[in-house]
Design a protein around this ligand. Structure first.
Ligand SMILES: CSC[C@H]1O[C@H](OP(=O)(O)O)[C@H](O)[C@@H]1O
Ligand SMILES: Nc1ncnc2[nH]cnc12
Length: 316
């Protein structure tokens, strides 16, 4: 097998973050493996650049693939370096992320192996994960009322429905409960989440989605149900159950991601893929005036957003 390159010259606009059971995307042409370092450390894994032919132009479109828990699932949910992941992807040019996640179902009608395109999140993480780029002498606040990107969600839903004949079952909306873990929930918690209107539960939607929003990247998660958590009368969730359902449905998961990439690489989605609707929002979300900005914080943010921010008065 030919060795792949360790650099890639062109900007890469679309990324897939793979979760449990989706640690790589086979059947795509792997053209480069990038080891990116960021001011927030190294990402979870090297970033693979894959070539995907656009169905409209035939042009080979580069896609970045990152394995959330590392190449061998060695990172627990609270150990995932989310800031490095999002910053590294943005530095390559990424403005659209499709994030894949194995989730527990909190609803009878969401059966194991069903897919969900969620539209809301409830945060049950415990503050142990770094969750913002705006800190250390540089305060900023971005809107997060709709944590996923609705334009991207429309594309993803259309692709999911187009695969229904092939056995994909899709729920168009849902509330993800993002818990801290790594232990699964208690039965009391699981029932409480149901009473809150939760549809599915995982340990990874946050802070990934928040950081993508701060980085002006359109972000949509595709969830695949792997179990009924522990509220249901069936056997309580365990890793073997999650992996068995993930493996059994891996073909559908790959088809789903492939269909989304087919669609997103069409020219008609060019503006959506570049997330033009988010461009510049982080430049204007800042509360700290120039005199109060710390040099180190400004340097880090300028790495993420080249040219966005003035240096502090101390540097002049
Ligand atoms: C192995 S079960 C719990 C694990 O599965 C999910 O991972 P991911 O979201 O990366 O697919 C969940 O969030 C937990 O991290
Ligand atoms: N029941 C569950 N709880 C939290 N994360 C999960 N990922 C898959 N199943 C899960």
């Amino acid at each position: 097998m030919a060795a792949v390159a360790d650099t890639y010259a062109d900007p890469v606009h679309i990324a897939v973050i793979g979760g449990t059971g989706l640690q790589h995307l086979p059947h795509f042409e792997h053209v480069a493996t990038l080891n990116v370092s960021t001011p927030w450390g190294a990402p979870s894994s090297p970033i693979s650049i894959l070539h995907h032919p656009s169905p409209t132009s035939g042009r080979q479109v580069p896609i970045a693939f990152l394995s959330r828990h590392g190449l061998h699932h060695e990172l627990a949910p609270h150990e995932v370096p989310n800031r490095a992941n999002i910053a590294a992807l943005r530095s390559l040019g990424v403005r659209t992320i499709i994030a894949f996640s194995a989730v527990g179902s909190l609803r009878e009608e969401i059966k194991p192996r069903d897919f969900v395109v969620p539209d809301q999140i409830i945060d049950r993480t415990k503050g142990v994960r770094p969750f913002t780029f705006f800190e250390g002498g540089f305060v900023g606040h971005v809107g997060f009322g709709d944590p996923f990107d609705e334009g991207l969600a429309k594309v993803v839903r259309k692709c999911g429905h187009s695969l229904e004949g092939e056995g994909v079952r899709l729920h168009d909306k849902g509330v993800v409960i993002c818990m801290e873990g790594p232990q699964f929930s208690t039965r009391a918690e699981s029932n409480m989440y149901r009473s809150w209107g939760g549809s599915v539960i995982n340990m990874s939607a946050l802070p990934e989605a928040k950081l993508a929003r701060e980085a002006e990247i359109a972000y949509q998660m595709i969830c695949m149900s792997t179990d009924y958590d522990c509220w249901h009368e069936t056997e309580d969730v365990n890793v073997a159950m999650v992996m068995a359902n993930m493996t059994a449905n891996a073909k559908n998961a790959r088809h789903f991601v492939g269909a989304v990439l087919d669609e997103l690489t069409k020219e008609e989605h060019g503006q959506q893929v570049l997330a033009k609707h988010l461009e510049g929002q982080s430049k204007f979300c800042v509360s700290t005036n120039e005199a109060g900005r710390k040099k180190e914080a400004v340097e880090k943010l300028n790495w993420l957003f080249p040219g966005y921010f003035e240096t502090t008065k101390d540097d002049l």
